[in-house]
Design a protein around this ligand. Structure first.
Ligand SMILES: NC(=O)c1ccc[n+]([C@@H]2O[C@H](COP(=O)([O-])OP(=O)(O)OC[C@H]3O[C@@H](n4cnc5c(N)ncnc54)[C@H](O)[C@@H]3O)[C@@H](O)[C@H]2O)c1
Length: 299
């Protein structure tokens, strides 16, 4: 079966931090987007995230009201799997939990045409493991499509090619990534791919340094920001990514590589257990008011 290379409609499963960002950039690039969520409250929250960005752009004179009206006409929210049936490309962006992603892939297999391209935005899980339960006919149409946070600002997308992804699927994804104004790099199907293989141990080391009282949250972040020229310190970045995501990614990578540098420090597990997930919950290493980082929290 041939891939449908004429991609016009994208389905996003999970309209959280990443899904909303991916939906936003795809709509802005001219694609129709169907964003699927798990319940009405989560869908409203996801769509509101996108609308806030467009309202800000209008307020700054970067977008016109007419443009935003066109964007809105191309964006549809849904709670039903069947609404994804006309999409040529699906990007799964549910939380980094293997069982949840496997269940999502099963549902997608059930409701999509056989040649729909199915991708995961997973940060660390092997794509081959995610597609193992699907029929072999689907395998050529699967790959990873790993965006970076915040999606609207970060130019990179890792395209994860498994041994089963077809050359046509990879070519269609490269064209899609370029069409949304991003730069694709091909990455192997190894946990964490390229960027997280290098970034995650660094973030975990910073959390371990905080746990061991090496320095305050503010000083660790100032050290890496002012001393090394990083745009934000590692604890600030961990809050920005989501501490639950960091802990889940660390678990996957530790399981895969068995090296202590990938092990989640108990501090991050404790913060997650306490509901301190970083920016998305309003508390992490810092207190947050919406998107604004406030003072560090005493630990
Ligand atoms: N946070 C980051 O910086 C970052 C960066 C790159 C990749 N990722 C990856 O992207 C994925 C999503 O991460 P996130 O930070 O956006 O998480 P998030 O928790 O902000 O969003 C996940 C969304 O998925 C929804 N969801 C759960 N089950 C669903 C289902 N069955 N159908 C539809 N929606 C469902 C949730 O309601 C939630 O809104 C993860 O795999 C993560 O590893 C995250």
């Amino acid at each position: 079966m041939d891939i449908n290379t004429d991609i016009t409609t994208i389905g996003i499963v999970g309209c959280g931090l990443m899904g909303a960002g991916i939906a936003q950039v795809a709509v802005e690039a001219g694609f129709k987007v169907v964003a699927k969520e798990i319940d009405q409250a989560s869908l409203d929250r996801g769509l509101a995230r996108i609308h806030v960005q467009w309202d800000k752009a209008v307020g700054k004179g970067k977008r016109s009201l007419d443009e935003v009206a066109l964007f809105n006409a191309r964006l549809q929210g849904t709670l039903s799997w069947s609404s994804l049936s006309d999409c040529e490309l699906i990007i799964e962006a549910v939380p980094e939990i293997l069982s949840l992603k496997l269940a999502t892939f099963k549902e997608l297999d059930r409701c999509l045409a056989p040649s729909t391209v199915i991708c995961s935005n997973t940060s660390s899980i092997s794509i081959t493991e995610l597609i193992a339960g699907l029929g072999p006919d689907r395998h050529p149409f699967t790959a990873g499509l790993h965006f970076f946070n915040p999606v609207s600002a970060m130019p990179l997308v890792e395209i994860i090619r498994t041994v089963l992804s077809s050359a046509d699927t990879i070519a269609a994804l490269q064209a899609f990534v370029k069409k949304i104004g991003k730069t694709p790099v091909l990455a192997p199907d190894s946990p964490g791919f390229i960027v997280n293989r290098l970034l995650v141990p660094f973030l975990l080391d910073a959390i371990r340094a905080r746990e061991q009282q090496l320095a305050s949250t503010a000083d660790i972040d100032a050290g890496m920001k002012l001393g090394c020229g990083h745009p934000m310190g590692p604890l600030h970045l961990a809050d920005f990514i989501g501490l639950d995501t960091i802990a889940n990614v660390a678990d996957v990578m530790f399981e895969a590589f068995g090296e202590p540098r990938f092990k989640a420090p108990s501090l991050v597990k404790q913060l997650v257990a306490a509901g301190r997930l970083g920016r998305k919950s309003g508390l992490g290493f810092y207190r947050w008011e919406g998107e604004t980082r406030m003072e560090p929290i005493a630990l």
